[in-house]
Design a protein around this ligand. Structure first.
Ligand SMILES: Cc1ncc(COP(=O)(O)O)c(C=O)c1O
Length: 450
């Protein structure tokens, strides 16, 4: 390996980081992580911290999950790759599809289409939802509805339904026919409504209005995250997603649950759809499906949608979509081992308990530090702190504030993620009570340093 000085000097010389201005990487060298164990990561200087980011919402079982590593190694020996395009399959992907069918059965999802990650999964669901309507003889249903503040990856389809200008403006024009409704975000919304239940109803009315305006017969699908993640962790009121599902059903619109973060226990429920008692038509997953050890994803498909494709007699149901790595046997082996560990450890239960501990802790921090405008959580290990310059006006914090909090928290034992004015917490689902306490005390020190 190149020595430490070489790595520090060259990080931004020859590589561009995602979601970062190249000049910023040159000016502010990132932490270079070189090893990890359990829920802790270690940087090139030997500084070890609790990873409150959980990789990128994906290392649910931590960094030392031996059964997954063993499964990957064994699969590389047995069959490192074979495609599942027409005419071939592989043993591991068949086994995985059966396992996922059982896992997602309570959500009414019975078929799997495999991908290489979250953006691929979103793209797949968006495409298949248009095709579904074409098979059914409703080719005019081509539009998509989604939530402002939602995040659905970075392919053109996903960026078009994304609800955050940061991921859109530089890449416009995006897909035509994508329309957004207000997010059920009580801290800031165009209705000035702070009551989550009332706000949910107002957002549902906005959805109803948009459907009427566009014409239900022109809309293919509505896509939403059960708990909005990258947009700043926004848990909707419990009435919201069921309300969306009912409205979609009434209007013949398919519901895509983007569960790239929420599937596999992060919210305290096994899936975000199950948290709200909703059965979507498609569910996009990726990230924790292999505990991040292999880039992989799956779109789960509802039985009713599957029947339309499988019973087609029009010749319109051939799937003209797929990735070289759809159903990669090493990814499938990793996912099988991950699912087995995820269920054996019942990580959803720990996510709920540790999530409650962290949410209580964040409320205490809010009472202590005026730079905290809002804290969000309450559904497992998805939490956020929204920083403000002034609580009364909710003005944006000074630019140096998030960076200072993050830096001091890191020095004090926890890696946290900054996204705009938000600090986002998404630690591994296997963190202990003591690990969660380290995260809270590091954040306390970060805010005390302002
Ligand atoms: C809800 C959601 N959808 C899609 C994606 C895109 O996934 P990927 O980065 O694996 O393409 C993400 C990534 O954070 C996500 O949070």
């Amino acid at each position: 390996m190149k020595d430490e000085n070489f790595l520090k000097a060259n990080n931004a010389r020859s590589l561009w980081h995602p979601m970062t201005a190249p000049a910023d990487s040159l000016k502010n060298p990132p932490a270079i992580i070189t090893s990890a164990s359990g829920v802790r990561i270690k940087d090139i200087d030997g500084h070890e911290v609790v990873d409150a980011v959980g990789g990128l919402w994906n290392v649910n079982l931590g960094y030392s999950c031996q059964p997954i590593k063993d499964a990957i190694a064994a699969q590389l020996d047995a069959l490192p790759y074979y495609s599942i395009f027409r005419g071939t399959s592989n043993d591991k992907v068949i086994e995985l599809a059966e396992e996922l069918r059982t896992f997602f059965e309570p959500d009414g999802l019975t078929r799997a289409f495999f991908t290489s990650g979250g953006s691929d999964s979103v793209e797949t669901a968006l495409r298949l939802s248009r095709q579904y309507h074409k098979i059914k003889g409703e080719p005019a249903r081509i539009k998509y509805l989604s939530l402002k503040k939602g995040y659905h990856g970075t392919h053109f389809g996903g960026a078009s339904v994304n609800g955050n200008a940061n991921f859109r403006t530089a890449y416009e024009p995006l897909l035509p026919g994508c329309h957004h409704i207000p997010a059920p975000y009580p801290y800031r919304n165009p209705f000035n409504e702070t009551d989550p239940a009332k706000l949910a109803q107002l957002c549902l009315q906005a959805l109803e209005d948009e459907i009427a305006f566009q014409g239900a017969g022109t809309i293919a699908a509505f896509i939403m995250e059960p708990v909005l993640g990258a947009g700043g962790v926004i848990p909707p009121h419990e009435s919201f997603m069921p309300g969306v599902a009912a409205m979609c059903r009434k209007n013949g619109i398919l519901l895509i649950a983007d569960e790239v973060i929420t599937a596999f226990g992060r919210t305290g429920a096994w899936t975000g759809s199950r948290l709200w008692g909703v059965q979507p038509d498609f569910s996009c997953s990726a990230k924790a499906i292999t505990n991040a050890y292999f880039p992989f994803g799956a779109v789960m498909i509802a039985e009713g949608v599957a029947q339309v494709f499988e019973k087609d007699e029009t010749g319109r149901a051939a799937i003209g979509h797929g990735y070289t790595y759809s159903g990669h046997p090493v990814g499938a082996a990793a996912a099988l081992a991950t699912l087995a560990e995820t269920k054996r450890l019942r990580v959803n239960e720990n996510a709920a308990a540790r999530g409650a501990q962290l949410f209580d802790g964040l409320k205490t921090l809010k009472a202590k530090h005026s730079a905290i405008g809002d804290v969000r959580g309450g559904h497992g290990l998805m939490l956020a702190i929204e920083m403000v310059g002034d609580r009364a006006t909710k003005s944006a914090p000074d630019k140096a504030v998030p960076a200072t909090v993050q830096k001091v928290a890191y020095e004090s034992g926890a890696m946290v993620r900054v996204s705009g004015p938000n600090i986002i917490l998404s630690p591994p689902l296997v963190i202990s009570e003591a690990d969660a306490a380290v995260i809270l005390s590091a954040l306390d020190k970060g805010f005390a340093a302002l």
